[in-house]
Design a protein around this ligand. Structure first.
Ligand SMILES: [Zn+2]
Length: 320
């Protein structure tokens, strides 16, 4: 892990925190310890895209390019927190395409994956087998999953509690039922998405640790979000899926609560850098990292996704 010397506009204490501290320990061995800095990487609204999204020639996006960018950030920061905000799958009845997205997500190694309504478009057997059947960390604070079938029971957790780079984090995920309003009746899932406020309040009560940073991934309409933001002042960071939004592509300091909306079709990564002064004051910097042409797509993942286009005319049979 190396200090990269980014000459961006950052507050002075933050600048000092990003440098190495050098310690001399007995035996004349010099070790360097990077001071606490945490990078949160957020994606949402991939909408089933596999290779270049075709949505913007300047920022072609695509999952193999996303993997390269994430690997580069892992090299730069060491440990990162990688979170997904939902609608990673497309509203396509070609289930094979969505299966390939899931395969790609196995490469990306998320710390937490929240659902959008689009993950239910291919209906319950697909959700249970091709999504919950994966060894991934799925999080939804307000799902009633009592009717999930036995072999995938317990695959959805209410919150993620994790320590990264010395930061204690509680990660919650809300999927608002209004997100399903455009679904045809025959596609409405049998799972219930319960009251977001009640479930977030009840999970927050269980936390009881004021030194933790609370992060919520919210998937739903903005007017509900406005209410949530007012009511839950203890949330430090809101990561928003479903409705895309703007974020500058250079680092900007943000005060609490930090609010980050994603791009439109997987053409970017949203970054939140958290750092701490020696008195414990937190600093937040945010930026959008566009997945431009210059980012070379990961060769192995690209090859694996190209398979989809080779077999696209062959019907995909879902295994039970
Ligand atoms: Zn959505």
């Amino acid at each position: 892990m190396f200090f990269t010397g980014n000459l961006r506009k950052i507050p002075l204490p933050h600048f000092f925190l990003t440098t190495f501290l050098i310690f001399v320990i007995p035996g004349n061995r010099v070790v360097s310890v990077e001071s606490e800095r945490l990078l949160i990487v957020f994606t949402a609204n991939n909408n089933g895209q596999l290779l270049d999204c075709g949505c913007n020639t300047e920022y072609p996006g695509g999952l193999p390019r996303r993997l390269t960018a994430i690997n580069n950030l892992r090299k730069e920061y060491g440990e990162i927190l990688l979170l997904e905000g939902g609608d990673f799958l497309g509203t396509t009845d070609v289930v094979l395409q969505n299966k390939f997205v899931m395969d790609a997500y196995d490469f990306l190694k998320y710390d937490g994956i929240a659902f959008g309504e689009q993950e239910f478009w291919n209906e319950v057997p697909f959700f249970e087998n091709e999504i919950l059947g994966r060894k991934q960390s799925f999080v939804c604070t307000n799902i009633n999953s009592s009717n999930v079938k036995d072999q995938t029971k317990g695959r959805i957790i209410r919150k993620i509690k994790v320590i990264k780079n010395g930061y204690k984090l509680n990660i919650f995920a809300l999927l608002h039922k209004n997100s399903f309003l455009y679904f045809p009746d025959n596609k409405i899932p049998s799972f219930q998405f319960e009251d977001v406020k009640r479930h977030l309040r009840s999970e927050l009560k269980k936390v009881n640790d004021h030194s933790s940073l609370n992060i919520v991934i919210y998937h739903g309409d903005h007017w509900i979000f406005e209410e949530l933001k007012k009511e839950f002042s203890e949330i430090a960071i809101w990561l928003i899926g479903h409705e895309p939004g703007n974020l500058l592509d250079s680092w900007q300091e943000s005060s609490k609560p930090v609010i980050v909306q994603s791009g439109t079709d997987g053409e970017s990564l949203e970054l939140v850098e958290v750092s701490k002064s020696d008195k414990g004051k937190l600093f937040f910097n945010v930026k959008r990292l566009y997945l431009t042409e210059e980012i070379v797509p990961d060769v192995e993942l690209k090859k694996s996704l190209e398979e989809y286009y080779n077999i696209i005319n062959v019907p995909f049979k879902l295994k039970n």
